[in-house]
Design a protein around this ligand. Structure first.
Ligand SMILES: C[S@@+](CC[C@H](N)C(=O)[O-])C[C@H]1O[C@@H](n2cnc3c(N)ncnc32)[C@H](O)[C@@H]1O
Length: 256
């Protein structure tokens, strides 16, 4: 295996194929409904780690004004491209910004802050999580909710070693081309609760020949979020909501 690049980096296939893979992922089914139910009617939503705009644009289509922030220019460029194809009234409800969720200050508040699909798990627990909870609290109006979707620690630490030769995904791209994903490496570091995986993206052409391959590192950091959120004034509002059996959505309320 050659060079390993980070997930969502410029030129990465994880960014190029993000929508295709995510849309086929049944474990995320219903997340947009759930976030829409949490949003106050007519309220504004801030999405931390908006990616390609899957939820930012989806919620805007439902009538919410949504600000989507992401650190990755290649993910945001896709979000901008999707947004350009939306009706003017949807476009008018969306603001996309490049920014770091651990240090954001937009100097305004929202009724709901969301941090979907394991985005918080991309940064180390400790200071980065504490700072992100502080960012969420800073951007919430009093009584507002913050929803963080996090991987289940017990499940992630018990994952079997991968078979690096067996694809975990094999998708037809049309005209005989295919995208295959292999988990080449997987390790879990107890104590820091860090799951590291090297995922290889392989593009095969219509003759079955490998046209392009890219090894990309996906890291998840995990811990109980409640004490870190509490330090930022965010109190668990209800028991965590299971989503797809692999993650939980933690809903916090900003106290007065
Ligand atoms: C799994 S994707 C989720 C995208 C989108 N929320 C969704 O549910 O489809 C995680 C996103 O978090 C972004 N991200 C990672 N660290 C970040 C940070 N410190 N600040 C802002 N965005 C970050 C990545 O660039 C990526 O687009």
């Amino acid at each position: 295996m050659g060079k390993v690049t980070p997930y969502y980096a410029p030129g990465s296939l994880s960014a190029v194929f993000y929508d295709r893979i995510t849309n086929a992922d049944g474990k995320l089914l219903g997340d947009e409904d759930l976030y829409a139910d949490l949003a106050p009617t007519g309220g504004d939503v801030l999405e931390l780690g908006a990616g390609t705009g899957r939820l930012t644009i989806g919620l805007a289509r439902r009538g919410f004004a949504v600000c989507g922030v992401d650190i990755s220019p290649v993910m945001l460029a896709q979000a901008e491209a999707h947004l350009a194809r939306e009706a003017p009234e949807v476009r008018g409800r969306v603001e996309l910004r490049q920014g770091d969720m651990t240090a954001l200050n937009l100097k305004r508040t929202f009724g709901l802050v969301i941090c979907p699909f394991f985005t918080l798990a991309h940064v180390p627990t400790g200071a980065a999580w504490r700072n992100t909870f502080a960012v969420a609290a800073r951007h919430l109006s009093d009584g507002g909710l913050a929803a963080f979707h996090l991987p289940k620690l017990a499940l992630m630490q018990g994952l079997e070693p991968p078979d690096p030769r067996r694809p975990v995904l094999d998708q037809h791209l049309g005209e005989g081309r295919a995208l295959l994903l292999f988990v080449k490496e997987r390790s879990f570091k107890p104590g820091v609760n860090r799951l590291e995986q090297v995922i290889e993206y392989v593009l095969a052409d219509e003759t079955g020949r490998i046209a392009h391959r890219s090894a990309e590192r996906l890291t998840y950091y995990m811990t109980d979020p409640a004490p870190l959120a509490a330090a930022a004034g965010l109190v668990l509002d209800r028991p965590p909501i299971d989503l797809g059996g692999v993650g939980d959505i933690y809903v916090f309320r900003k106290g007065p």
